[in-house]
Design a protein around this ligand. Structure first.
Ligand code: ADE
Ligand code: ZN
Length: 332
């Protein structure tokens, strides 16, 4: 029998795609308001419908067509944070894409970002959850667009907008095609992460480290196929933003008990736990913890330690980090 995990356990979530966290009912509501016909992206029970990862990316982008203004993103921010707060999340970082917020135009992007940040501050007051943003280039949109995205990020770095990343179809382009964007973001003082080792093998993790010089890796779980790389990650303290439910739902691994998160942790890699795109994968962070506890016998102490590592790896200022660590310890 695994230990029962208290759903109210304070949690830190580092890997959350903003539009991917949109409740399907929210997107359906926007589609109705704007007379956009995207009925085919929903299942009869009201969830998102897709066949595999590549179709998921198409459905994701179809859902994004309903998000057309800063006001839509203000409402999305409140909906997403309300769900996270219900899950005990006290600090979250989210991937934001200027591609979906003003199609990469920096003036438009500023307006979207302002709406998101204002809503996040409101949620901090009313729901006690802190949000930071990571601008994310979308790999299959190509290197040229990633440069415009990086410029948007560099122009708007702030206490709220603290990181830069890369998501999307890992099978398209090579990390070295994105070095200009990552160099630009690093020079602006943004912290760096990139998706790798989800659909690509361990070499994709090495390439992200070598070419993009990131300090965290989104997923990174397929590093387990190369133990020398696993030891390197452990030694240099590279943090993995692991999303086990996403990997199982999308078929990277057949089940939780075959997922490498426990083996990575045993070899002292810093792992953190996130949901990626929770309604798409029909999960919540509490559900992830419960399934991990059942699969690996992890206890609340394991989750407390993982949340401390996540807070220490957060792309935030030191005052915020100290405050979150205090909340995790039950001292705030
Ligand atoms: N965009 C949204 N979710 C993603 C994932 N799991 N991998 C890559 N890109 C994504
Ligand atoms: Zn992701």
């Amino acid at each position: 029998m695994s230990e029962k995990i208290d759903p109210a356990l304070p949690k830190v979530e580092l890997h959350l795609h903003f539009e991917g966290a949109a409740p399907p009912a929210f997107i359906r509501g926007l589609a109705k308001e704007k007379h956009i016909d995207i009925a085919k992206i929903f299942t009869p029970d009201g969830g998102y419908a897709y066949r595999d990862f590549w179709h998921f990316l198409e459905v994701y982008e179809a859902a994004c067509t309903t998000l057309q203004s800063p006001e839509d993103f203000r409402r999305l921010t409140l909906a997403v944070l309300e769900d996270r707060a219900k899950d005990g999340v006290v600090y979250a970082e989210t991937f934001l894409s200027p591609d979906f917020c003003g199609v990469g135009d920096v003036t438009a992007w500023r307006e979207y970002l302002l709406a998101i940040e204002e809503a996040a501050l409101e949620a901090q007051k009313t729901m006690g959850i802190t949000l930071k943003g990571i601008v994310t280039a979308i790999r299959h949109f190509g290197p040229d667009q990633s440069r415009a995205t990086a410029l948007c990020a560099a122009e708007t770095k702030s206490d709220f907008l603290t990181g830069f990343g890369l998501a999307g179809d890992e099978k398209q382009f090579h990390p070295k095609d994105f070095t200009w964007a990552f160099d630009c973001a690093r020079e602006a003082g943004l912290r760096l992460t990139a998706h790798a080792g989800e659909w690509g093998g361990p070499e994709s993790v090495r390439d992200a480290l070598d070419h993009l010089k990131v300090e965290r890796i989104g997923h990174g779980v397929r590093a387990i196929e190369d133990l020398a790389l696993v030891d390197q990650l452990a030694e240099q303290g590279t943090v993995l933003e692991v999303c086990p439910g996403s990997n199982v739902f999308l078929g990277v691994y057949p089940s939780f008990d075959k997922h490498p998160i426990d083996r990575l942790r045993e070899r002292e890699v810093k792992v953190t736990i996130s949901t990626d795109d929770p309604p798409f994968f029909r999960t919540t962070l509490t559900q992830e913890y419960e399934t991990l506890a059942r699969a690996f016998g992890w206890t609340e102490d394991d989750f407390r330690a993982i949340n401390r590592d996540a807070a220490n790896a957060a792309f935030c200022d030191e005052a915020t980090r100290a405050r979150i660590l205090q909340i995790l310890e039950g001292r705030a």
